[in-house]
Each structure stands twice: as structure tokens, then as C-alpha cells.
Design a protein around this ligand. Structure first.
Ligand SMILES: Nc1ncnc2c1ncn2[C@@H]1O[C@H](COP(=O)(O)OP(=O)(O)OP(=O)(O)O)[C@@H](O)[C@H]1O
Ligand SMILES: O=C(O)C1=C[C@@H](O)[C@@H](O)[C@H](O)C1
Ligand SMILES: [Mg+2]
Length: 172
């Protein structure tokens, strides 16, 4: 979900593990040479979603690493198939107020450009939670967590579930 920490925590997990890092939102922006807000405004959400699926298929076919998706990517069954075929998925789960406190400061999320963005976020969280729950692993975070602490807990969780190679679970 937007503001859960996919980009912030994913970057730190990759750094600690010494693995390549990719953010699907960044890749879409780079390929289009436009911001996500501009893509939504000019071409619409469906166009963005099509590019998102293309980018995910390309990333997941590449070398093993840490990938942060966009908040809506997992909602499309096609994307879940792509991610499941090439990797392990982690749902970073945060409560509504934690998400809100993180997204309210920046106007970079077009789906929240509504008259009542808090209400919009709440409705999206309710609608999406059952789909996020289909992820392989769930990491619960709250506004008491730091990015670094959450990244370390994610590494512990990946190691405990057998998804890291020997030694990686001890990353500092
Ligand atoms: N675990 C955390 N502890 C403290 N701050 C966090 C944590 N995770 C994220 N943040 C902060 O919240 C903000 C939003 O996080 P981030 O951009 O990583 O979210 P995201 O899940 O990638 O959202 P989007 O779906 O929109 O890409 C950033 O300023 C980030 O530093
Ligand atoms: O939750 C979503 O649907 C989105 C999240 C962002 O990461 C971007 O991918 C875009 O703003 C849409
Ligand atoms: Mg992000």
C-alpha cells in the first residue's frame, strides 16, 4: 500500500544484503521520462497499469535482487503470477493512520488527489487488504518503527523462511 515503506525499506534491505535494487515506479518513470503523476494525467491509470506489468515482467526475468513494486501492482492477478513465478512476495502491512502520516506530506500519488484523500486511502486499504494478504510473507509495521529496524526485521523474516542464501541472514 502507498506509504507502507516498499521503497524506503526495500532500498535498505538491498543495501544490507548487497543485492541489486529496483523500484518499479522508478523504472516506469525512467522509461516514460515522466513522473507517475504526469503519466496518470496524460495517459490514465489503465495505461500506467499496462506499463507496470511490462516493467515487472522485465525486472523479474533479470538477476535476483530486491524489487519494490508500486502500491497497486499486487492487485492485478497478472502481476501476482509474474511475481510468484520469479520471487518471494512480502506484504509490508501498516495501519491506516501510519500510512496516512507518511503519504499526507507529499503530493506524488495521483490516486490520492481527491477532495478527501484520507477517506480515499481508507477505502483503498479496506478494498485491497484481502488481496495483499495473498503475499507469501507479511511484515507488520507501525509508526514506532524506523526504516532501518523494519529492513532488519524483513531480512530476519526472509532468512527464517529459507529465502536467503547462507550468510545473508547475518547481514549488518
Ligand atoms: N518503516 C518505516 N519507518 C519510518 N518511516 C518510514 C518507514 N517506511 C517508510 N517510511 C517513510 O514513509 C514515507 C513513504 O515511504 P515509501 O515511499 O517507502 O512508501 P511506498 O510503500 O514505496 O509507497 P508507494 O506505493 O507510493 O511507492 C517515506 O518518507 C519513508 O521514509
Ligand atoms: O497504490 C497505488 O495504486 C499506487 C502506488 C504508487 O506506488 C504508484 O505506483 C501509483 O501512485 C499507484
Ligand atoms: Mg514506492
Amino acid at each position: 500500500m502507498m506509504g507502507a515503506g516498499k521503497t524506503a525499506v526495500g532500498t535498505e534491505v538491498a543495501r544490507l544484503l548487497g543485492r541489486p535494487y529496483t523500484d518499479s515506479d522508478d523504472e516506469i518513470e525512467r522509461a516514460a521520462n515522466m513522473t507517475i503523476t504526469e503519466i496518470f494525467a496524460r495517459d490514465g491509470e489503465e495505461f500506467f497499469r499496462a506499463r507496470e506489468s511490462e516493467v515487472l515482467a522485465r525486472i523479474l526475468a533479470g538477476p535476483p535482487g530486491i524489487v519494490s513494486t508500486g502500491g497497486g501492482a499486487w492487485i492485478r492477478p497478472e502481476n501476482r503470477r509474474i511475481i510468484r513465478a520469479g520471487g518471494v512476495s512480502v506484504w509490508i502491512d501498516a495501519d491506516l493512520e501510519t500510512l496516512w502520516n507518511r503519504v499526507r506530506l507529499r503530493a506524488t500519488r495521483p490516486l490520492l488527489m481527491t477532495p478527501n484523500p484520507h477517506e480515499t486511502l481508507a477505502a483503498m486499504v479496506d478494498q485491497r487488504r484481502p488481496v495483499y494478504a495473498k503475499a507469501d510473507l507479511r511484515l507488520l509495521t507501525s509508526d514506532r518503527d524506523t526504516v532501518d529496524g523494519t529492513a532488519r526485521r524483513m531480512i530476519e523474516m526472509l532468512a527464517a523462511n529459507g529465502f536467503l542464501t547462507k550468510g545473508e541472514g547475518n547481514a549488518r
